[in-house]
Design a protein around this ligand. Sequence first.
Ligand code: UDX
Length: 453
Amino acid sequence: MRVCVIGTGYVGLVTGVCLAHIGHQVICVDNNEEKVKLMRAGQSPIYEPGLSELMVANMDSDRLLFTTDLGKGVRESEILFIAVGTPALEDGSSDTRYVEAVARSIGEHLDEKYRVIVNKSTVPIGSGDWVRMIVTEGNEAHQQQTGQAIAVNFDVVSNPEFLREGSAVYDTFNPDRIVLGGNNPQALALMRELYTPLIERRVGENPDLPPVPVVMTDLSSAEMIKYAANAFLATKISFINEVANICDRVGADVSQVAQGIGLDSRIGSKFLNAGIGWGGSCFPKDVSALIHTAKDYGYTTSILNAVVEVNQVQRLIVVEKLQQELKILKGKVIGLLGLTFKPDTDDMRDAPALNIIQQLNRLGAKVKAYDPIVSQSGVSHGLSGVQIESTPAMLADQCDALILVTEWQEFLKLDFPALASRMHQAVIIDGRNFLDKAKLQQSGFRYLGVGRS
Ligand code: UDX
């Protein structure tokens, strides 16, 4: 099938590359010329394991091309994905101006052929109907300008994505479910056809599994599914973090508690790792947007408000633990192991590290950091109040304590006795309960985790 993906951010690029890989003819459109040039040269603008290789392979097979020409994409495709950003505004609502601009431009380029316009961006509930209206407006304005009468024929479908950064390609090829929301069965049938290779697990890791469930709903329910899924996962993390804080006080171990409750199939063991809380480009934005939508409709979200509140407190738990351990932080040197909001990404959006750095600075500590990606990239990521070191050994030099912020696999292999010998005091706060407590203690560290100290 012929597909156009508009917006080559995280969601758009991964979607475009993966759709090409399952055999479709994909045109990826972006209005950033530099970015398009980079992608044409086979380079991915985002760090995502496996993505560049897949991009190059599909460009070589002539199934994938990049352009700034939106008109070309619209004219030559039957399915048009809108995958531009919907960043959070100050009040927590979503900024939909990029979606609006794209919908209007699509309208200007539509001809009489039938098209399915797909909302892939996480858009506020009710956006499906709004996009239909904007596309129609764009088309009418174009008809007036040109004096041409065109009978356009299109449907809008909501098809939320559930990709995790760091495993976006894997998640696309191995989905738990595919959600399709829309009012016209013809549009939903086309979308199902588009995803057939995924549904039949022809590209996934385990071809013996039963077909991927496809959930077909109305537009608003599909939009709601995305928010409810992310809000539920954030709730699960805040819940276990609250349990961890109680564990700390009563002397229980939250890792054992998580194992004990997670084996109950009604609860499930995933997303029960206690630590410094959730961050990134999705959970904070989506939970705030859902709270905001509910408020718009006169409803107060007691649970979601608490989920956010617990998360804010949780980010600074490691600083509190440090204060208990070192007493005064003024003048102390603190080293952060990891900066990104999670491993295998270079993403610093709403990363807990930002709050930790700010709080340590406020208390007069000097902050250094080593992160496998940030340290190597030389990109500042807008970070201030922190000195970036290029090796873990340089990070440890003269430190009074280390805080593990991101659970990068390579941190498991660090030479901890050597790090301890370089430090002023060998204290480590494990913000992700990631390291082996006994091993750290044998290496000479005073070790504190979250909910298991
Ligand atoms: C998330 C959703 O998982 C994905 O389905 C959605 O489409 C986009 O948002 P992502 O933001 O890439 O994906 O990261 P994810 O792996 O879900 O982690 C989110 C945050 O929760 C991270 O800050 C992570 O460190 C934290 N987390 C996750 C925990 O603190 N504990 C856990 O047990 C799991």
